[in-house]
Design a binder for this molecule. Sequence first.
Ligand code: SF4
Ligand code: SF4
Ligand code: SF4
Length: 288
Amino acid sequence: MEWDREATARLERVPFFVRKKVKKQIEDFVASQGKNKVTSEDVSKARQQLAGGVPLKTGQGELTEAELGRITELIEKGVTIEGLNTKHIKFRVCGGAAGCPLTLMDLKPLAMRLADLAKEQKLEDFIAGSHDGPTLFHHQFKIALAGCPNNCSQPQIADFSIIGQAKPVRTQGKCNQCGLCVKACKEQSIFLEADGPVFNYDLCLNCGDCTRYCAKEAITNSPVRYQVLIGGKLGRHPHLALTVANEADWTTVEELFKKAIQAYKTKALDGERFADLVQRLGADILTN
Ligand code: SF4
Ligand code: SF4
Ligand code: SF4
């Protein structure tokens, strides 16, 4: 399928490891509209669908054009939170911190808490002392927070990341069999029985979409939990982050963060990046 110049430029900004998949999703979307050329406007519309789910009424009403536009903007630009970044520690916080309606958690205080912990653990001083000359991009420790499993802040390529998770649970006696949740679930992890939805938790990403779509409150979210990843990076030898915890509570997130910094300080070779340390020794660095 043909892509115009602006659409091509936007595709090139998508991380290489998901670019092929994103390209296919956008082309499928454009084909479903009966067209054979991708424009920048198509990219925006396709991304709105990817972020907001199928264009159906939700339990809270239909997402408006303005909301969809806002989601697209937040997804593409991310958010800057004053006082978070330092010379050697950089945060990528997704649009959930600025009002993306899909976020499962309040990102700003969590990011601030991680920044405080990094300060307590003297991570800044450690990195500053671990290289000579000017601080370059690859010297910086990257921390990513994503409010939902759409992962707009690219947690797969950060040193330490958290992703919000909300496990769906059925409430007995409320389902009217409308089927909206089944259509909304992009993972095909819901099927309906006579007394309501049943979830395949092996496939479920804990994204919270089905809960948003259910107008009958027949699905509720369990308390928010976190997927924790370590050791992702781009650069000359890119690799994706490893998941070290799923459905972790916040206390566990803090423990893992402190352990990651301790491992970095005690196990890294001279000048070694944290992500390269994880690649060399594996996720066991947090336990051994
Ligand atoms: S990761 Fe989720 S909450 Fe964050 S900007 Fe993307 S869609 Fe919104
Ligand atoms: S759980 Fe909610 S959205 Fe799903 S079929 Fe029942 S009423 Fe509809
Ligand atoms: S929370 Fe799970 S079951 Fe619900 S829409 Fe997301 S992936 Fe599907």
